[in-house]
Design a protein around this ligand. Sequence first.
Ligand code: PTT
Ligand code: SF4
Length: 618
Amino acid sequence: RGGWTGKLLRVDLSKGKSLVQDLDPKVAVDFLGGRGFAVKTLWDELPRGTDPLSPENLLILSTGPLTGISMPSSGKLVVAAKSPLTGGYGDGNIGTRASVQLKKAGYDAVIISGKAEKPSILSIENDKVEIKDGRDLWGLDTYKAQEELERQYGKNSGILVIGPSGEKLVKFAVITSEKGRAGGRPGIGAVMGSKNLKAVVIRGSKEIPLADPKEVAKLGAESYKDIKSKDNYDFWVRQGTMATVEWANANAALPTYNMSEGVFDGYDKVGGNAMEKIYKIGQKGCPNCNMPCGNINEIKEGPYKGRDTEVDYENIAMLGPNLGIDNMNWALTLNLIADEAGVDTISLGSVLAFATEAMKRGLISEGDAGLKLDWGNGQAYVELAKKIVNKEGFGSILAEGVAYASHKIGKGSEKFAMHVKGLEISAYDCHAYIGMALAYGTSPIGAHHKDAWFISYEIREGRGVVSEERAKKLIWMQNVRGGFFESAAACRLPWVEVGYDLEWYPKFLKAATGLDYSWDDLQIIANRIYTLMRAFWVREKGGWNRSLDTPPAKWFEEPQTKGPLAGSKLNRDDYEKMLTWYYENRGWDQNGIPRKSTLRRLGLDWVIPELERVVSLN
Ligand code: PTT
Ligand code: SF4
C-alpha cells in the first residue's frame, strides 16, 4: 500500500521527547487524513474541558494520502487543535513546502503536546527529531523569522512559523509559511505560541510510498496538461481569487461596512482589475501547483510604501470594503501588518469593523477606543490594528475576537458581532443568500466559507430558494470540500476555480493507496468526519442548541439599503426550516446533536458512551 507513510510522529515539548508510532490502518481507511485524523485524535486523546491554551491541548499537523504526490495542487497541510477562539474543533489549511517535506520525512502527521520550557524550534529531518533553542527568534515577525530559518536550514525546508501575535496569544493568531501563506483561523497560531513553539522546520528525503507510482505519474502528467488547457486558466493565474471582488459586488455580496451592505461604491479601486493594472508585481504558488494564485502586490503609498504583500479575495474584502476603504494601499498595508504579526485577516477586518459600528452607534466612545474610528479611515485602522496584534489598550479586547468584544461591550452589540460559534464570518454578505447563511451557520469550525462556498451555487441556480433539496446540496458540498479535500489533503481550487473534474480524485486515490474509493464512499467518510466534529463540539460545550448554528441578528433584522438587492434580509422561519432539513439529512436531532442511530451507522459507536455523559442522545 501507499499514499500514507503509515507513521505518526508524537512530540512532547514538556518532556523534550519524541516517539514514532504506527498509524492504525483502519483509521487511515475510515478517516483518510488531514482533518479526519485531527478530529479523531482530539476526540480520543483530549480530556473534555481542556483549556485550549494549556499544555494539554494538542497541536496537530496533518497530511493526507494525496498530499505531496504528483497531483495538481497537492501541497497542503491541515493545522488543527481545540480552538482558543471558539472552544470547539478548530483547523486551517496552509499551502506550504512543510506538507510535502513531512510526507518525505516519513510521517503522515505530527501530534505536538506539552509546553517547552523556553521558546523553541521543532526540527524534523527524516528520523532525526530535535527540540532546539528558539530564543533568538522569539519576538521576530513572521517574515524575519522565515528568512532566518531559511538561512539556517535551507530555502527548501518546510517552515511553519508564528509571529508576535501567536506568542502573545491573540485569539485569532495563525500559523504562517513562506511569507504570505497562513492557516488556522480559529487561533491555531495561539495554540502554537502557548506551547512556546516559535517554528517547526521539516526536511525529508524519502520517497512517498505509492501503490502504483507509474500510474500516479501518468495521471499527474495528464492532469497538469488538463488544467493548463482550461478556458479560464490564464485569467485565474492573472487574478486568482481577487476577481471575486467584482463578482461579489455585482451580486450584492461584497461585505461592506461590517456586513451591513453587499455593494461598495469604490469596489473597482480594490478589485482584481485594479490589482492587475496597478499593484501586482509577482506571482506565487503552493508546492506541486501549476495554477499559482498567490498575488504579490506592492504598496504604493503610505507608511509601508515600497513593501510587498500577498493577497487573496478574503483579505482585501475584509480589510477594504468591509471597513469602507477604497484605497488599495491601506488594505494592502493592513494585510501586511496581519501577515507579519501572524493574525487572521478575516477576523482582523471583522473586529475593526465591529468596533467602528459600535462607535458609530454610540456604544463606545473615542475615549474607550483611544482613537476615532470611521469608515474609510485607513490611518486609524492601521493604528488600531497594531494595538490588536500587540494586545495593547483597547486592542487587547478586540484581540479576543468579536464574540468576546461584543459580550464585553454589551448594549445590544451582539446583534452586529459578525460571527458564528465565535469564528468571525468570512467575506460574503448573506442578506440575500439563505443557502450561504446556512453554510456559515453549520460550518464545523465556525463561520468559514471553506466548507461550502454555497453562494456561487445559489447565484447559478437561483437565489432565495428554501427547500430540502438545497439543504441536501449544501451537505453534499460540505462533504466534498470540508470532508474530502480537508482530509485527502489537497487544494480544492483546481476543481472549484478552473473546472478540473472531481472524477480524477478517486483515480489518484486508487493509484496512491491501492484502494478503490468511489465518491459514494467518500461521502460516507465525510459524513463520519462531520458527525465526529459535531460530537466534539457537543462534548466540549456540554450540550447544543440551534442558536449556535445561526448567523447574527443583523442579517435577519436590518436589510441591505443599497444596490440591486436593496431591501433583502434573511427570514427567520425560512432559516429554521432549512436548518431542520439540514439536521434531518445529517442524521442529527432537532437540537443539532447526532442521533445514536447515525453514530452507529457511521461506525462511531465508541462516541456514544462519552457523549451520553454530557447529553441524552435520541
Ligand atoms: C483561510 C482563509 C482564507 S481563504 C484567506 S484568503 W481565500 C485568508 N488568508 C489569509 C492570509 O493570506 N494571511 C493572513 N494573515 N490571514 C489570512 N486569513 C484568511 O484565511 C489559501 C488559498 C485560498 S485563498 C483559499 S480560499 C483556498 N482555501 C483552501 C482550503 O481552505 N482548503 C483546501 N483544501 N484548499 C484550499 N485552497 C485555497 O487556499 P485557513 P493558504 Mg489558508 C496571506 O488558512 O485557516 O484555512 O483560512 O491557506 O496557503 O494561504 O492558501 O480567498
Ligand atoms: Fe495554492 Fe492557489 Fe495552487 Fe491552490 S491554486 S495550491 S491555493 S497556489
